[in-house]
Design a protein around this ligand. Structure first.
Ligand SMILES: Cc1cc2nc3c(=O)[nH]c(=O)nc-3n(C[C@H](O)[C@H](O)[C@H](O)COP(=O)(O)OP(=O)(O)OC[C@H]3O[C@@H](n4cnc5c(N)ncnc54)[C@H](O)[C@@H]3O)c2cc1C
Length: 478
């Protein structure tokens, strides 16, 4: 008998059987996210109107039912997994998008997909830069809850930098609006920013007003290779010192390049197989690009062992293949991946490169690493075979060493994915006891009955002890 059967019946009486689902396919689909660690909910509530969110939360508080908000379930940390059962609140139905051309803002439902928003605004000459690789699937609500980033982060910023105002519900079910659709707002505590990155634990976002910027007129792509990782990172620092701000600056280490080369069947630069690369994209007006292009080509001549510029969009796509193919191809190196999205301060890039080389050597594992050099957010992929216990134990120890080192270097254990379940063992490396207590006090103040996304962030969860589902999701290996 489900623990909250009476509450679920009451909810269904209020919202109807089309909104409150208890059939097996719906419960199975909502039982896991991209971390693939399943916990079964008792009902999935597919809201079609904003007010229904309030009804769900009021009843959840009355009956003590855990509620997990869900966008598209692309989180890699288990943040959208209903680890305590209860109800999953599915917001995909709230997906309206409206553009205000005078204000340069978009009014967006939490369930709208990021890719749909980008196309809608670009058609009108605007640009919404936050661009997680999962953008064709993930939602604006999920991006706000995780403060999602992407390749454009270094030049333009992350989701937080584009949120003007939010609307939604407190965990108690009361409707709130943080800010208005204005460029200035200085009235009261800024709880908008408290919600951003709160991983669905402090409220439910139902809609957002987002800042837009004019769409850059031109883009230009350049692929460069370097003799080793240290040389590549030192070259990137020289580029940033020269005040050039690339829209995209993606780094791939030797192992990542080799993965991409195997997947495409093509060597990136003939005669230089497996050399680390930096993929650059400039964006701006014709005049801005003319000036920056000359500076970047001079830089490439000074630092790179080879470089190739795209003359057309098709050629740019070909240069991009190395970046797009590397992640999926890593599964040749192991059938399990711990994808850690750490951040390293730029001044410690070279130190980190040396540490990573040592970690690879000492662990004996493949650890292909790529990432966003203009903001220090690197994806360190620890590959292992899940049927080999010794490799699993080594992978576990390797993540611990990685996280300790990242914090010691003044970095962050996550730059864009968040904590969820997967990073809970490391939260206290990043935050002191006083900082964790302050976060918990905020959680208790806003969610006194602890109904919203319980079991996450603060409670240690050891992902490696939980079997993962063998399912293929539409966005796997993208
Ligand atoms: C292939 C792949 C590539 C990825 N690339 C990137 C990347 O480049 N950059 C990046 O930042 N991330 C990336 N991610 C991670 C993921 O896509 C992001 O974290 C994304 O923001 C999750 O959005 P979602 O709609 O799927 O949210 P979900 O996974 O459904 O939920 C994530 C968290 O947000 C909460 N939440 C969702 N909607 C709301 C809401 N409306 N109100 C309150 N809380 C809510 C959930 O409770 C949960 O805690 C990638 C994931 C995959 C699978």
């Amino acid at each position: 008998m489900p623990a909250h059967a009476a509450a679920t019946r009451a909810l269904r009486r209020k919202l109807g059987a089309r909104v409150v689902l208890t059939d097996d396919p719906a419960l199975t689909e909502a039982s896991y996210d991209s971390a693939k660690i399943p916990f079964r909910p008792e009902a999935v509530v597919r809201v079609t109107e904003e007010a229904q969110v309030g009804v769900v939360l009021v009843l959840a508080n009355r009956h003590g039912v855990p509620v997990t908000t869900r966008g598209r379930g692309t989180t890699l940390t288990g943040a959208a997994t209903p680890v305590r059962g209860g109800w999953v609140l599915d917001l995909l139905g709230l997906n309206a998008i409206a553009v205000d051309d005078e204000a340069g803002m978009a009014h967006v439902g939490a369930g709208a997909k990021v890719g749909d928003l980008q196309r809608a605004v670009e058609a009108r000459g605007w640009f919404y830069p936050p661009d997680p690789s999962s953008k064709e699937y993930c939602t604006i609500g999920g991006n706000i809850a995780c403060n999602a980033g992407g390749m454009h982060g270094g030049k333009y910023g992350v989701t937080r930098d584009f949120v003007v105002a939010l609307r939604g519900f407190l965990p108690t079910g009361e409707f709130v609006q943080w800010g208005t659709a204005t460029k200035k707002f200085s009235a009261g505590f800024n709880l908008r920013d408290l919600w951003i990155g709160s991983e669905g634990m402090l409220g439910v976002v139902t809609g957002a007003v987002l800042k837009l910027i004019p769409r850059p007129a031109e883009r230009w792509t350049l692929l460069t290779s370097f003799k080793d990782e240290t040389a590549a990172l030192q070259a990137a620092l020289a580029l940033f010192r020269s005040r050039v701000q690339p829209a995209i600056c993606e780094f791939l280490d030797r192992e990542s390049v080799l993965c991409a080369e195997r997947a495409t069947g093509r060597v990136v630069f003939p005669g230089q197989s497996g050399r680390p690369v930096i993929l650059l994209e400039l964006a701006g007006s014709k005049a801005e690009l003319r000036e920056q292009r000359a500076a970047v080509l001079a830089w490439a001549g000074d630092y790179a062992t080879a470089h190739r510029a795209a003359r057309t969009r098709d050629e740019a796509e070909q240069l991009w293949a190395v970046r797009r193919k590397c992640s999926g191809a890593m599964f040749e190196l192991g059938d399990a991946k711990l994808n850690e999205d750490i951040v390293v301060p730029m001044k410690n890039y070279v130190q980190f490169a040396r540490f990573l080389a040592r970690l690879k050597r000492e662990s004996g594992l493949h650890i292909p690493t790529f990432g966003h050099l203009a903001d220090g957010n690197l994806h360190v992929n620890i590959m292992y075979h899940k049927a080999v216990p010794a490799e699993c134990r080594t992978a576990e120890r390797t993540v611990q060493t990685l996280m300790e080192t990242v914090v010691a270097l003044g970095g962050a254990i996550s730059g864009e994915h968040g904590i969820g379940l997967a990073k809970t063992p490391f939260l206290r490396l990043q935050h002191s006891p006083a900082q964790v207590r302050a976060m918990q006090a905020v959680k208790r103040a806003l969610d006194p009955r602890g109904v919203l996304n319980p079991g996450k962030m603060f409670e240690r969860f050891e992902v490696w002890k939980h079997p993962r589902l063998e399912v293929k999701l539409p966005w796997d290996h993208k």
